[in-house]
Design a protein around this ligand. Structure first.
Ligand code: SF4
Ligand code: SF4
Length: 342
């Protein structure tokens, strides 16, 4: 894979070239909040910013997504007529994505496209039509713990191109074939550029002050962790509000509903969350996760035990720290993992 140089004062024209074929989106400030927004051709993206409040998972897994439309044509011999929804019309590039968010898409690929039986066409279509240009973090937040979660501030996982900020220029590393093609016309990096990028990586990793261990979680049996004593304490202050799940780049619970009006309707899937009592409520009235403790435990067991066991050691958390920042009652996932590990 090649290492190229993109001067910042030439970034806008580089992106304008990409925009001929793709819609561009990048983090931007709007109303004092950092959000993902369209990047107009010729506009320079932000180079210095913290994590966006919400993760970019919505580009692939929208909050509400129409899966198909249907018409109940009673006078039609076919009865119910189904119409598939159009796929993503135009390819896109997601620019300056944080490496933890790019890595999260690699985790979700394992969930949405596990095998032939579970191959989600909605997720896959958007993934295949998106170029992910990640921007390495040189200045991580105090709540970041990506280096403990199979990730890191300069992680390339899930990205097509990784940009590393070297002041007035960026080192552009081609990660995938698609990424290589996107940066093919840029000049090659020098040995000095590579040395500067290696130093930036070392400094960024050293700036992540939080570490959490998972050795005991990996070693201990599932039921031992499930029955551990700390869950009573962990669940105490949780409001089951779902903030942690909606901001999380790897949370992916959804519910499917049919909405009808007259003879026509649509089938939609909406974000849902395992912290909700209704999420697991059966039609019979039975709820297998009827208590708050059941639901809080599920969130953490899923991320740190069930996914690693079922997905070859991958973790259902990338250490972005969003839930630490946003939980209204200060439940800190790092503390929960430490409790599980202890
Ligand atoms: S954000 Fe905090 S209070 Fe809300 S569901 Fe998550 S852990 Fe519970
Ligand atoms: S669990 Fe929290 S820290 Fe981990 S990926 Fe989700 S939001 Fe980020």
């Amino acid at each position: 894979m090649s290492d190229k140089i993109l001067k910042k004062d030439q970034a806008a024209s580089f992106l304008a070239e990409l925009a001929q074929k793709r819609d561009l989106h990048a983090p931007a400030l709007a109303g004092g909040r950092l959000v993902w927004a369209p990047l107009e051709p010729g506009q320079e993206p932000l180079w210095q910013f913290n994590n966006t409040a919400l993760s970019p998972k919505e580009f692939f897994f929208p909050q509400t997504e129409c899966m198909m439309r249907f018409t109940n044509a009673q006078d039609h011999e076919e009865g119910m007529v189904m119409h598939s929804e159009p796929e993503l019309a135009r390819e896109r590039a997601l620019v300056n994505m944080r490496p933890c968010d790019a890595k999260a898409f690699g985790v979700l690929d394992l969930i949405f496209c596990q095998d032939e039986m579970t191959d989600d066409p909605y997720w896959r279509d958007k993934r295949e039509k998106s170029l992910i240009i990640a921007l390495a973090c040189n200045d991580p937040c105090p709540t970041c713990f990506c280096t403990s979660m199979n990730c890191g501030p300069h992680s390339e996982a899930g990205a097509d191109v990784l940009l590393i900020d070297l002041g007035d220029k960026l080192l552009a590393k081609g990660v995938s074939d698609q990424g290589e093609a996107a940066i093919a016309a840029l000049p090659a990096a020098t040995d000095d550029d590579l040395a500067a990028a290696a130093e930036a990586k070392q400094m960024a990793e050293a700036a992540i002050i939080t570490t959490v261990e998972m050795d005991q979680i990996n070693e201990r049996g599932l039921m031992e962790l499930y029955e551990a004593g700390h869950w009573d304490r962990t669940q105490e202050s949780c409001l089951n509000c779902g903030t942690c799940t909606f901001c999380c780049p790897t949370c992916h619970c959804f519910d499917i509903q049919d909405e009808t009006q007259g003879p026509a309707g649509r089938r939609v899937r909406n974000w849902d969350y395992c912290m909700s009592y209704l999420f697991t409520l059966h039609g019979s009235g039975h709820n297998p996760r009827g208590s708050k403790k059941d639901r809080v435990r599920q969130r953490f067991m899923h991320k740190f035990k069930y996914i690693p066991v079922k997905r070859g050691g991958e973790i259902g958390c990338v250490g972005c720290g969003r839930c630490v920042q946003l939980c209204p009652v200060n439940i800190d996932v790092r503390e929960v993992v430490r409790d599980m590990n202890a």
